[in-house]
Design a protein around this ligand. Structure first.
Ligand code: GDP
Ligand code: CA
Length: 318
């Protein structure tokens, strides 16, 4: 049996959980299109938090309690920086520093960000492909009562406390999708939008010119898994951000946000009362357990999604 080609659009923690589920299934060839809009320079090094979460998760070195960062980390490099008076609110562990040094050195040598990422994944023994949506820089800026902030300033330094009144993806107008990403969309059997933050993890992928067009033109159906369950996030600011930006902070709001892109919206059983409203948005709702608390739950959800795809394909061809 040839492997089913799944292309997953994903951010950091929620995206990596979903990726791990698919990667753990036999007969699935997974390609991830990750988010680069959280990237920022720290101490002269280019840090790409969502891509790194994906790399660390799929290579099994992730800190499982946190969902990000490397297990068995140290902070000696950071302590030296603090001693020297540097700002160290962004936690970067000793093991993690090695990756940032490697990436930054290769960027300085003129290598493509996509190639660097593919090489890291290969060296880390990752079987799935991790792609970047673009090789250009795209950086999220967050408007709060304290003015415009870089994403990490808002997310890490201010712990998502300020209310968000606008978002801007610096550089996105000039960004072009990579050929690898366009091919991964064109050649997929199934395209899945992970349960990632729709506004700051998925939007900076979808808003690159040509990506939504490629998804609409693709022969694969597009599914999304809700990051919100019963009106709450599992983690992070997505619900508050959606509310302050005028979206409904629940699964229905996510479905509405993805209207025109999705064939199937996968939500939690706790949200089954939204069935009719989600249908009215123009997609088919499917309800299952979408909380991924451990590897078994991740694998089961990924398996459910594949099962939906298989039965849908049969239904359509009958
Ligand atoms: P970040 O880049 O690290 O913030 O991570 P993502 O954007 O990929 O994911 C953040 C979203 O993941 C949040 O809105 C969470 O509610 C969602 N999330 C985290 N864990 C789970 C889970 O187990 N199930 C579902 N459905 N969503 C989850
Ligand atoms: Ca992120």
């Amino acid at each position: 049996m040839t492997a089913l080609r799944v292309t997953l659009l994903a951010g950091g923690v929620g995206g990596a959980k979903m990726a791990e589920g698919f990667a753990n299934l036999p007969n699935v060839a997974l390609t991830v299109i990750g988010n680069i809009a959280d990237d920022q320079d720290f101490h002269g090094l280019w840090v790409s938090p969502d891509i790194d979460t994906m790399l660390y998760t799929l290579s099994g070195r992730i800190n499982r309690d946190q969902g990000w960062g490397v297990a068995d980390e140290g902070r000696r490099a950071l302590d030296t920086l603090a001693e020297l008076g540097a700002d160290t609110w962004m936690f970067l562990g000793d093991r993690d520093f090695g990756l940032h040094i490697y990436r930054t050195e290769r960027l300085g040598q003129g290598h493509r960000p996509t190639d660097i990422t593919l090489d890291i994944a290969k060296q880390f023994g990752i079987k799935s492909r991790i792609l970047l949506p673009t090789d250009e820089k795209v950086q999220t800026q967050v408007c709060t009562e304290q003015g415009w902030l870089s994403f990490q300033d808002y997310f890490v330094r201010l712990r998502c406390e300020p209310s968000v009144s606008a978002l801007h993806f610096e550089g996105i107008d000039a960004a072009k999708p990579t050929q690898e990403t366009l091919n991964a969309i064109k050649d997929a059997d199934l395209i899945v939008i992970a349960p990632s933050n729709p506004l700051v993890s998925i939007a900076p992928i979808l808003e690159i010119e040509g990506i939504v067009e490629a998804m609409r033109a693709a022969s694969a159906p597009v599914y999304a898994v809700s990051p919100l369950i019963a009106g709450k996030v599992v983690k992070g600011p997505a619900d508050r951000m959606m509310a302050s930006l005028g979206l409904r902070p629940n699964a229905l709001g996510v479905a509405e946000h993805y209207a025109g892109i999705l064939d199937i919206f996968v939500a939690d059983r706790a949200d089954s009362s939204f069935a009719t409203q989600i249908k009215d948005v123009g997609m088919r709702p499917v309800f299952t357990d979408i909380l991924m608390s451990d590897l078994a739950a991740k694998t089961r959800l990924a398996g459910d999604v594949i099962q939906m795809f298989v039965s849908e394909t049969k239904r359509v061809s009958m």
